[in-house]
Design a protein around this ligand. Structure first.
Ligand SMILES: Cc1cc2nc3c(=O)[nH]c(=O)nc-3n(C[C@H](O)[C@H](O)[C@H](O)COP(=O)(O)O)c2cc1C
Length: 200
């Protein structure tokens, strides 16, 4: 079974909903299973540290889970055209995995939610790809053979799945379809790579 880790940060729920749709796409692939995880908020040293366990929703991702995963989907709100600090903080804690190459050759995709249409979704998606490339991951995007990429009037791009909250609070049909497609594509590649790597 190929395990796909879906890790996100979300304050207001849009990125969390994209993550759940990506999980649906993963789970639609035979031989793939999604593992949904979040990351803690970051706080200044003068503030109370985040609780070790979230009050609700999925648990926090661990480095062991990331290392063992066969594929990764990474999601963040767009903040000033970039990923949110909690997700960057999590990624900055992955040096050991970078050194031992445990993510190299594994597929990954990225997703984001922003308030506005032209508020920096694409720069956020591209920025999220950079550390994954340093890890040697194989970036998976969305081709225009995905019909929803032609018809969307809100989120969704070749660089990854996305949601524009200003268009409507809930994900549009196209945004849902594209988040699922991204999950499906990462899972399909992970299953294929895993079966090639299996002995015999
Ligand atoms: C500090 C901060 C910076 C933000 N920067 C942007 C931005 O550059 N462009 C944009 O469109 N929205 C920006 N937003 C809005 C969020 O991207 C938007 O509310 C998003 O839907 C939040 O995702 P979430 O519901 O998963 O928390 C920003 C929000 C915050 C708190």
């Amino acid at each position: 079974m190929a395990q796909i880790l879906v890790v996100y940060f979300s304050r207001n729920g849009s990125t969390a909903e994209l993550a759940r749709q990506a999980c649906r796409g993963v789970e639609s692939v035979a031989g793939a299973r999604a593992m949904l995880r979040t990351v803690p908020a970051v706080s200044a040293s003068s503030e109370a540290p985040p609780k070790p366990v979230p009050d609700e929703g999925p648990p926090y991702a661990t480095l062991q889970e990331l290392s063992a995963a066969d594929g990764l989907l990474l999601g963040s709100p767009t903040r000033f055209g970039n990923m949110a600090a909690p997700l960057k903080y999590f990624i900055d804690g992955t040096s050991a995995l970078w050194l031992d190459g445990s993510l190299a050759g594994k597929p990954a995709g990225v997703f984001t939610a922003s308030q506005t249409m032209h508020g920096g979704q694409e720069s956020t998606l591209l920025a999220m790809m950079l550390p994954l490339l340093h890890h040697g991951m194989l970036l998976v995007g969305l081709p225009y053979s995905e019909r929803a990429l032609h018809t969307t009037r809100s989120g969704g791009s070749p660089y990854g799945a996305s949601h524009v909250a200003a268009v409507q609070q809930d994900l549009t049909e196209e945004e849902r379809a594209l988040a699922q497609a991204l999950g499906r594509r990462v899972a399909q590649l992970a299953v294929s790579l895993k079966s090639q790597a299996a002995p015999g």
